[in-house]
Design a protein around this ligand. Sequence first.
Ligand SMILES: *[C@@H]1O[C@H](CO)[C@@H](O)[C@H](O)[C@H]1NC(C)=O
Ligand SMILES: *[C@@H]1O[C@H](CO)[C@@H](O)[C@H](O)[C@H]1NC(C)=O
Ligand SMILES: *[C@@H]1O[C@H](CO)[C@@H](O)[C@H](O)[C@H]1NC(C)=O
Ligand SMILES: *[C@@H]1O[C@H](CO)[C@@H](O)[C@H](O)[C@H]1NC(C)=O
Ligand SMILES: *[C@@H]1O[C@H](CO)[C@@H](O)[C@H](O)[C@H]1NC(C)=O
Length: 368
Amino acid sequence: MKTFLQALSIGCLLAASATAGSNASALIPFLPVDDGGITFTDYQNVNFRFAAKAASTNYIPFVDTGSTGMVISAADIPEWTAEEAERYPQGWEYLSSSKKLYNGNWIPKDVYFNFGDPNHELIHAQVPVLCVTSVTVCNGAKYNATINKGSCPKNPDGTLPPITYSPKRIRIMGVGFDRQGDGMPQGTPDKNPFINIVSIGGTLSKDFRAGYIITKKGITIGLTEANMDGMQYVQLPKIHSTVPRSPYDWGAIPACMSVDSAPCSMGTALLDTGLNNSYITLPSNASVSTSPNTTLLVEGSRVKVDFGVATDDFIVGVNVKRGVTPTKVSVTLSDARVPFINTGRHVYRALEVAFDAVGGRVGFRRVS
Ligand SMILES: *[C@@H]1O[C@H](CO)[C@@H](O)[C@H](O)[C@H]1NC(C)=O
Ligand SMILES: *[C@@H]1O[C@H](CO)[C@@H](O)[C@H](O)[C@H]1NC(C)=O
Ligand SMILES: *[C@@H]1O[C@H](CO)[C@@H](O)[C@H](O)[C@H]1NC(C)=O
Ligand SMILES: *[C@@H]1O[C@H](CO)[C@@H](O)[C@H](O)[C@H]1NC(C)=O
Ligand SMILES: *[C@@H]1O[C@H](CO)[C@@H](O)[C@H](O)[C@H]1NC(C)=O
């Protein structure tokens, strides 16, 4: 399996010069948070506005690679009206980690980053935004997007979980890829504000290459030869589909994962900035030790995730505060599902990660 990954990544090194000539990029800095100087401890937030005007509202969402699409409370958007919303598609997104189902309308919006920031160029994006008018926690029967769509499954007694109307303070900036199969069929690449860029500093070079890099400083929009220097690439698969898809629509990161000394299982990884804990799904014959009456790996378990060109490697319970070890690691054994790991956000303390939307690649570079 390792050789398979290596073959994939060597093939991609040949394409590494694809960013040559691209020269437009700008940073959206993460806002300071009370994390004792250790980034990727809590949510990583950025500023944005729906208009490049001093009088416009400044929003502070967290950057979420575990979802795709901006999910913002309609009640907090002064210019939102029901009349306008009705002109646009109704929509919903379900976030499995919180079991929250967000409903609203996908309203096309201008999105501005770095407004009024003398040190960073103004970045203008355009995306439909899910302006949320209700939220439901699907905490009864298991939600299935294909069947349940925009409402939670009924409880065994036939009732629905309570719906909260006009919720405030919802601020999610979903910028991930391959999330459509996980409760977000509407989370297509056209909803991702980091790859639908209209201009940087008022213009857009014809050499602009859509993509972004996540580092402890923030998000660098636009890939260039210079900012991709030292990146090692992994090719992402195309998604098999009978309907036409966006050229920026790519499958999940291939990875081979193991617990303790077992041979690794080939599957996919999600490097999720939205979580500080981790979830792993392994085949049923995997031998893992969990704490009594929980699905949590015991402290001392060794977890390795091999991306072919980079690894994420930690011992549960060791160096959670500063290292790549997630807060906790929950394991599911299943032969019905492809092996999978959501590493959580601590992995970004050791790796800078680029998403090349044009070439369908992820780049890894050790944090220096
Ligand atoms: C990018 O390169 C083009 C020509 O190659 C040039 O016109 C443009 O000013 C450059 N943009 C930046 C941001 O350097
Ligand atoms: C959801 O329901 C569909 C249609 O019945 C089924 O094919 C699919 O396996 C279900 N997904 C899960 C995760 O149970
Ligand atoms: C992990 O995240 C949860 C939910 O966001 C938060 O309540 C908790 O304080 C975080 N733990 C640490 C150690 O940061
Ligand atoms: C589980 O079984 C598969 C084949 O069915 C095998 O390739 C793999 O090595 C086994 N894994 C473990 C941890 O024993
Ligand atoms: C685990 O669950 C069993 C059965 O419910 C219970 O008897 C036992 O006390 C629990 N153990 C712990 C450590 O909570």
